[in-house]
Design a binder for this molecule. Structure first.
Ligand SMILES: Cc1ncc(COP(=O)(O)O)c(C=O)c1O
Length: 231
């Protein structure tokens, strides 16, 4: 058989799923993958059944059903205070995984450099391979997972076009402070870059801290793509 594309040649299986297989094999407690062992709220499944019976069942608009985008805009405004145009600023994708891939494809040409805080959520590795991006890793140094602003600036000096920012971060749980976010924003603006955020854990923050949206910082909205998820 002919080989698959060069693009996929360096792909391995998912580390998270591999850990699940090994945990199952040894009957170990599996801390690697999020498997909720409880049902979704009944109100949601009841409403789902009702809507399934009601219809109409037709193709959704490519970028997501109007009422869903409007609801997402209201939700985002509620938490971030940002007014979002559901017709021009929101695209519904198949999970945040597709959103991140689409954002990378929209911004990055093959050979472009992209800065990524490391350790990073493993999908960003596949995203960079598929979009042909050259990753520049910025270490998050334990125990507080702080980063060196000079290294971040160096990445942009070397031509990074975008930064992937997972906040709160998977896998290390880091929550970027306002001071750190402001430093990142200043560097990105100085070098006219983009930020693609992964904010799927925006609500997993302990009081008194509150999530800071990169897009809400001065001058960042027009250069930030937010990826988020209901999963
Ligand atoms: C940081 C992060 N982003 C994205 C995802 C996947 O999101 P989705 O299921 O919406 O594709 C996960 C799932 O583990 C994640 O940890």
């Amino acid at each position: 058989m002919k080989s698959l594309s060069n693009r996929t040649a360096s792909f391995t299986d998912s580390v998270i799923r591999r850990m699940t297989r090994i945990a199952n094999q040894y009957d170990a407690v599996n801390l690697s993958q999020g498997f909720p062992d409880f049902a979704p709220p009944k109100a949601i499944t009841d409403r789902l059944a009702q809507v399934a019976a009601e219809g109409p069942h037709q193709y959704a608009i490519t970028w997501g059903a109007q009422n869903f985008r409007e609801a997402l805009a209201r939700k985002h405004q509620h938490f971030s205070g940002m007014e979002v145009n559901p017709n021009e600023e929101i695209v519904v994708t198949c999970g945040s995984t597709e959103a991140m891939m689409a954002a990378m494809m929209a911004i990055v040409n093959p050979g472009d450099k992209v800065a990524i805080f490391s350790p990073f959520y493993e999908n960003y590795g596949a995203d960079t391979i598929l979009s042909g991006a050259e990753p520049i890793y910025i270490p998050l140094v334990p125990p507080e997972f702080k980063f060196d602003g000079d290294l971040l600036e160096e990445a942009f000096r070397q031509g990074a076009k975008a930064l992937i920012l997972c906040n709160p971060s998977n896998p290390c749980g880091k929550v970027f402070s306002l001071e750190e976010m402001t430093l990142i924003a200043d560097i990105v603006k100085k070098y006219d870059g983009y930020v693609i955020t992964d904010e799927v854990y925006e609500h997993i923050i302990y009081a008194p801290y509150r999530h800071v949206y990169m897009a809400s910082l001065p001058g960042m909205r027009e250069r930030t793509i937010i990826c988020n998820s209901l999963s």
